[in-house]
Unconditional design. Structure first.
Length: 377
């Protein structure tokens, strides 16, 4: 992203008025990603997975061939070396097509946790597309706060505990946030073979979710990344904002579908979009989307620049995307009338993806609390 023609990195985010715009390279990246996904991930793909007749193997092979798993892996570790804004561009496009597969947990969760924890040597296979990964943080169904971490890693390298709502629990590797004996946090990398998985029935069946149990799992010393709480917090902020932006992409298509329907559907000889009540509802959806987009990409810029406001910006982004999801998803169903409730229409698939994006890594209500605390409320 750039400020006019100079670039945010040179100008800084702390100025009174900063105009953020995508660079030509970022716009080209978006165009390339969108053209690939339109071809490789049509609406029939997620629908086939929900109905149990398809899989995402072909899409994942294409993503690997294009080096998307290594998008933000440092070049020194074999990756492309892009920053968080480029990652935001990718996940928004993935959200638009409700892309299935392990890319989102791998590139937005596993990679930043290992990178921030100093696990560079473990990232090479990820960048090569040979290993998928996910992250286990929550200790309870709504327990995403780091001060609630109860899973332990002993000095002898024994991991014990349970994690809830892990996205894509069948990944090759799991980065587990655990508490060390000195009370600080570590990221412990565990192979899938050492994990007991209790899969739950997800709202969005293109996105597996499960609870993980670790019963005195022995972990090799090089896989215990004693990084400290601050590094874990930074990685969690990246994962949270990425999910917020993916949800934003899904909500955008929910809105576009409803808008097109309002143009095409006629009543009393005119499009229903010409009715004032429908116009107002569509305008409210647009405003909700633009508010969420502004906060999400401000958070992305803060993370890319390591701005001191990154924690508050991440919380506001997730809260805004959650608010947007609840409003736009409801209107996206209502504006389409009875057809949106039918299995044959794709709108319900998008709504389910947006709803799961709101629930994972903390809801809007949970993320408003740190913002309220920061401003003294």
């Amino acid at each position: 992203m750039a400020e006019a023609d100079t670039g945010v990195r040179g100008a800084g985010l702390g100025s009174a008025a900063v105009h953020l715009a995508f660079t030509d390279e970022q716009e080209e990246l978006r165009s390339t990603i969108r053209s690939v996904l339109v071809k490789e991930c049509p609406p029939s793909l997620p629908r086939s997975i929900v109905e149990g007749t398809g899989d995402a193997d072909g899409l994942w092979a294409t993503m690997r061939a294009l080096d998307w798993p290594g998008l933000t892996v440092p070049e020194a570790d074999g990756g492309v070396g892009y920053g968080f804004v480029e990652l935001a561009v990718l996940v928004e496009e993935l959200g638009r097509v409700i892309a299935p597969g392990p890319l989102v947990p791998t590139v937005t969760q596993y990679v930043p946790f290992l990178r921030e924890a100093g696990g560079g040597p473990l990232l090479g296979p990820v960048a090569a597309g040979e290993v998928t990964g996910t992250v286990a943080v929550a200790e309870a169904p709504t327990g995403w706060a780091l001060d609630g971490i109860g899973t332990t890693i002993s000095n002898a390298g024994v991991l014990a505990g349970t994690k809830h709502h892990v996205l894509w629990p069948g990944a090759d590797e799991v980065a587990v946030v655990a508490r060390q004996e000195d009370g600080d946090l570590a990221v412990v990398v565990v192979p899938a073979a050492d994990v007991a998985v209790d899969e739950i029935v997800p709202l969005d069946k293109t996105r597996p979710v499960g609870h993980l149990s670790f019963a005195d799992v022995a972990v090799a010393p090089e896989r215990v990344l004693a990084c400290g709480t601050d590094a874990v917090r930074r990685a969690l902020e990246e994962a949270t904002v990425a999910l917020a932006i993916e949800t934003l992409g899904t909500c955008q298509v929910i809105f576009e579908t409803a808008l097109q329907y309002a143009k095409d559907r006629h009543q009393f000889g005119v499009p229903i979009g010409s009715f004032q009540a429908v116009k107002h509802r569509l305008a409210d959806c647009y405003l909700s989307l633009e508010r969420a987009r502004a906060l999400c990409y401000f958070a992305a810029a803060c993370l890319a620049e390591d701005d001191p406001r990154r924690s508050e910006a991440a919380a506001m982004a997730k809260a805004a995307s959650g608010d947007c999801q609840r409003f736009v998803a409801a209107e996206g169903i209502q504006l389409l009338g009875g057809i949106a409730y039918t299995w044959e229409h794709d709108q319900h698939l998008r709504v389910k993806r947006a709803m799961t994006g709101d629930l994972l890594f903390g809801t809007a209500r949970r993320h408003r609390e740190p913002v309220a605390t920061a401003i003294g409320l």
